[in-house]
Design a protein around this ligand. Structure first.
Ligand SMILES: [Zn+2]
Length: 86
């Protein structure tokens, strides 16, 4: 390092004084009261601007049904491999 490039510790510190992270701003959902990112859909109820954007309850139900189906298949295979329907 060339000597003329060297900065004092004060110069380094004052440059880094703007490097701190800020907490993300959050808005409160008008439908369920949970916190969500402003201008984004609420991730706990699927509402944005007072209407349902994504029906999260139906999605959750479908996912659980899918997982239950998979679990049943796994359990069936472990118990008796002949239970497969074809
Ligand atoms: Zn919500």
């Amino acid at each position: 390092m060339v000597v003329r490039m060297r900065h004092t510790s004060g110069q380094t510190r004052s440059r880094r004084s703007h490097h701190a992270l800020e907490a993300t701003a959050l808005a409160v959902c008008k439908n369920c009261g949970a916190e969500h990112r402003p201008h984004h859909m609420c991730l706990s109820c699927g509402f944005y601007k007072g209407r349902v954007v994504i029906d999260l309850l139906a999605k959750k139900k479908a996912r659980e049904a899918r997982l239950a189906e998979k679990r049943a298949i796994i359990r069936g295979d472990e118990a008796s491999p002949v239970t497969e329907e074809k």
